[in-house]
Design a protein around this ligand. Sequence first.
Ligand code: FES
Ligand code: FE2
Length: 427
Amino acid sequence: MLSQEENDLITKVGPGAPMGELARRFWTPLLLASELPAADCDPVRVRILGEDLVAFKDSNGAVGLLEAWCPHRGADLFFGRNEEAGLRCVYHGWKFDVAGSCLDVPNAPEGATFREKVRARAYPAVERGGVVWGYLGPPESVPDFPEMEWTRVPDSHRYISKMFLDCNYLQTMEADIDSSHLGFLHSYVKGGTVVGRAVIDGRANGIEDFAAADRAPSWTVKDTDYGAMLTARRDAGDNYYWRVNQWMIPFYTMIAARPGDTVLCQVKVPVDDEHAVAFRVRWHADRPLTPEELAVYRDKGVLFPEMIPGEFRTRENKANDYRIDRAQQRHYSFTGIKSIPAQDFAVTEVQHGGPVSDRTRERLVSSDAAIIQVRRRLLRSVRELQEGQEPPEARNGGAFRVRSLDLVMPKTATIENDAREHLVARA
Ligand code: FES
Ligand SMILES: [Fe+2]
């Protein structure tokens, strides 16, 4: 449970809001790189951290990120013409480059000298790891780039899906952190018993079954120099089943993955206080994704949701109750909702009746340990920044080179002694 003041501190993300200021100390994922496919391509609207921006790629291939409202009289630069190394406002023809410099004021005789005095608000932007990133913080302190494994592998090793959500970033991120919902929300039903997906898929000894078998794991949460390491330990006969998720400040969660398997990172970027954009990233550290893996991600609608063509919106959405199928819910899956992300969205997009969960009304228990810890960490960072202390993680991109882990080990083994090498990024 949080006080109203604490809830506001970590959910409000606009310019000047404490969490908004903290998030602005880091590089922020904005778009898929494929949305700006070539020099002089169409500009794209970006709303992020409560600001309206327009992104474009100029004639030289440099990415520009400008405030959407033209410095002249506030027309929307999204309608601009992307031409000859700049974006030209279609209202009166003023033109700006990626740095925000005004190149042309063609509608007034004083334009040639006047243009030196005009600037569009511009933010640094780069393309990396299949994503366009922007930095919306103080210009004098551009942060390190977070060296997450998925940003460092070749494009062939990675698949990303982007989707908009109608809720605050924090509640959707909290679902990523909370692995205690695994044995419920994402489980299946067979012969009246709740089971893991491996049983349904007919895979022998699928270890995700242990999540369904022991539904009250014991939690260890460790503060780290990138965020927090969240370990859930479940009983698995003679062994323990370990799931280690990595939460990285400000809004990344790497979901437990078996060594040698593909890994999933959930990125939940605040659009504004009541909206978020999710990037669901799956990659393999050592090899390209196979055609079979890509077909599963693109076409099956389970690991990745089916999307409305031409939109970054899931077909299963709030307006259609995520296409819940009550017959399926009785006999096949715990929720009756097909895709795993939509299962999460159904329980997080509206909490306490709105897009911002009212955390003053919660009744937390010990299995909420990871969420409690991450909130504390965010509150601490927000308050430190209010007192003038910059977040050290923004100056330590190398600290993000970690991995998540999903492993069964004998009861005598520990993560620290026996699985440490699996927690280090391979790329
Ligand atoms: S509003 Fe953009 S040039 Fe006039
Ligand atoms: Fe989930």
